[in-house]
Design a protein around this ligand. Structure first.
Ligand SMILES: C[S@@+](CC[C@H](N)C(=O)[O-])C[C@H]1O[C@@H](n2cnc3c(N)ncnc32)[C@H](O)[C@@H]1O
Ligand code: SF4
Ligand code: SF4
Length: 285
């Protein structure tokens, strides 16, 4: 039950995060979507690949003991990691529910071990450089050959309404497919006003960059706030550290950093919380 993880909020007394994002590929991608920080070189990453030794360290120090969901995503295309399948196998030994956000241009056998797969299913107008025929083949293979719950995500940009209709028609008989939209968080389409809610990310979650930096969420594309580095300290030390405490306090006092002031995705729009509520409603969690 999701409520078992969130009933004691707001508090940072949790032993360790319950949601993680892990950036196994940072700063490189085989597509060039506009308004993505990777395409626009608005990240500090340069062709980074998460190290297997660092992953072993995280697993060995039991960093995922309270975690109900870990997602491979952030600023690059995760399937471009040559050890993708090995990373998935290692993470599955921890018992976490494992998800992925992918542009669905590369098929990996490791997909078969995943619990959730978010496919960035925007039309080609947004996903620049994609071979359409190949993309739809990979999407169909993911839907038909994995046991994962499939989350087809469309950003509310360009011709998104048309794309949603197309997906709804194409996959209307697939009960493992959820079609979902999100606002544009990096461009300035003006569709979504800035949010006023307290963000629950700092209380429950961390994101780990491809170089081992631990940051508050997956929108910190340029190290706007860093709690510490997993190669230098344990996750426990970082989670219990002063920089994490200060960040949480900034939310409780309302004195938040500029990045957060300009964020359109904070809770209750918080993506993972919103997904989780929907998944729980469907009985997927
Ligand atoms: C940067 S991508 C990295 C993972 C993978 N390459 C992909 O596209 O799914 C991580 C997530 O950010 C989303 N994203 C990209 N541009 C965005 C934007 N302008 N606003 C909101 N989300 C965006 C993607 O759709 C994806 O779900
Ligand atoms: S596929 Fe993902 S990482 Fe690559 S450019 Fe598009 S949104 Fe960015
Ligand atoms: S407000 Fe936005 S940028 Fe700040 S921690 Fe929350 S999700 Fe991240």
């Amino acid at each position: 039950m999701l409520s078992k993880h969130t009933s004691n909020l707001p508090s940072y007394s949790l032993d360790s995060p319950i949601v993680y994002q892990l950036e196994i590929v940072g700063g490189t991608c085989n597509l060039k979507c506009p308004v993505c920080p990777v395409t626009e070189n608005k990240t500090d990453r340069v062709n980074n690949y998460f190290s297997l030794a660092t992953l072993d360290k995280l697993i060995n120090e039991d960093a995922f003991k309270n975690t109900f969901y870990l997602e491979l995503q952030m600023y690059g295309e995760p399937t471009m990691h040559r050890n993708f399948d090995e990373i998935v196998s290692k993470l599955k030994t921890t018992g976490v529910k494992l998800g992925l956000s992918t542009n669905a241009t590369i098929w990996r056998e490791g997909f078969k071990q995943l619990d959730f797969i978010t496919i960035s299913a925007d039309s080609r107008i947004y996903r620049v450089g994609r071979n359409e025929e190949h993309f739809w083949k990979v999407v169909d293979k993911i839907i038909n050959e994995t046991n994962a719950h499939i989350d087809l995500q469309v950003i509310e940009i360009n011709d998104w309404e048309k794309q949603v209709k197309l997906l709804e028609e194409k996959y209307k008989d697939k009960s493992n497919v959820l079609i979902r939209t999100i606002g544009d968080n990096f461009g300035d389409t003006g569709r979504h006003p800035l949010a006023n809610d307290v963000c629950i990310n700092p209380f429950i979650s961390v994101s780990v960059d491809s170089d081992g930096d631990v940051v508050p969420c997956c929108f910190m594309n340029n190290k706007e706030y860093v709690y510490g580095n997993i190669n230098t300290n344990s996750l426990k030390e970082i989670w219990e550290g002063q920089l994490h405490k200060d960040f949480v306090e900034s939310w409780l006092s309302g004195n938040i950093i500029e990045k957060c002031k300009n964020c359109r995705m904070r809770s209750p729009q918080l993506l993972h919380y919103r997904f989780a509520v929907e998944w729980e409603r469907r009985g997927w969690l």
